[in-house]
Design a protein around this ligand. Sequence first.
Ligand code: EPU
Length: 408
Amino acid sequence: MKSFVILGGKPLVGNVTVSGSKNSALPILFATVIARGESIIENLPKIGDTEAALTILSELGADIRLDGNTARINTESLVYSEPSSALTSLIRASTYLIGSLLARFGRCRLSTFGGCNFADRPIDIHLDSAYRLGAIREGELLLANSLHPAEITLRLPSVGATVNTLLLASSIKGKTVIRGFAREPHILTLIDFLRSAGAKIELSDGEITVEGGDLHGGRVRIDGDVLEAATFLTAGAITNGRVGVLGVDFNAMNSITRAFSALGLSLLYEGEALVCERGEYSYYTEIVARPYPGFPTDLQPIFAPLFASLSGGKITDTVWRERFGYLDELARLGVKSARLTDGALIYKSKQHSGTASSPDLRGGMSLVLSALHSRGESRIYSAEKILRGYESLDEKLSALGADIKILS
Ligand code: EPU
């Protein structure tokens, strides 16, 4: 088990270029299964989750070449096999095997899908789409002799179910219409990839129409990670420093920049960088996490220690109502909070160094931020959970002036 050892209380200063988005990269890695031939993926983040996805692809027989952050993945000669649950239980994105294996081989075994277990994570919407497109279930097997187009309205704008529906529809000849879909930036990057591989996809406000078929290898550049960008802006603000971020589409960050401004933090452009600095005043703020274009659920744990360092606030999460278990660990570092039915009150608190254990990726990152804020040495256990989603985290933080080490 790895841990971070952080000597906190140092202001972080400087610019950081964020890596490719985890949540864009993962659907595309699994989409290469249906794009026969060589696909080229640029700006692929080297993180725990993409490593696990590449291992799954390699076990299926993909030929993978990595050159820095560019991956060339050839899926011409894949053969059906059932990835081991030891692998699929590592990452939530292994649910994308439902779409990719069913589309390519007409079968997929439902497995233990892993990832951050901060809440119950059902897959009924993924399965409903598969059934609507012609799949049947026999025990733990999903089977499809021939898939057919359909009109599908997702019960909720689930990111994962939208990905699986797009993967299936892109492999089906004829027109599939998808409504009620997720609109996160990573869905748009997946659509770019699928188009480059030969799928005809039209996107309007209320529906996606897909005319699929036999796809060839595609090419895409993964968009910069808005969640990582917001995390570094928070790291600057919480340490009373001044951090700027580069390499991300700021238009996809509107709800996030609004939240920083509401807290009383100044956001300004300096050249190409978006910089955040602490202002003279701060304000009690309420944030409500919602599907895109709302404030992202993945950032509410990141904002909790920031709230505690400013004037406190209230967080409501409408996507994962129970995603507040991390507050028990943050309490070890002095963050005072009270749980509500679907949210939490975060009190202005004197945070201090200490030891805590990462419950999951973003909950773990909230501990790192609190430790960076507080003077003295903190130890954050289960660092690998955080490294699942942040590339070269210790190096990037060190370059901004943090004193952080990873111990194995
Ligand atoms: N839901 C269902 N049934 C389903 C699928 C989802 O009821 O079949 C519900 C969930 O219970 C939840 C809501 O729909 O309440 C949204 O879940 P969604 O399917 O959108 O989440 P996901 O695809 O499993 C992705 C990200 C998560 C992020 C959520 C929401 C990836 C690999 N994961 O998960 O990212 O929290 O969307 O934006 O893209 C993270 O990066 O830390 C992370 C957890």
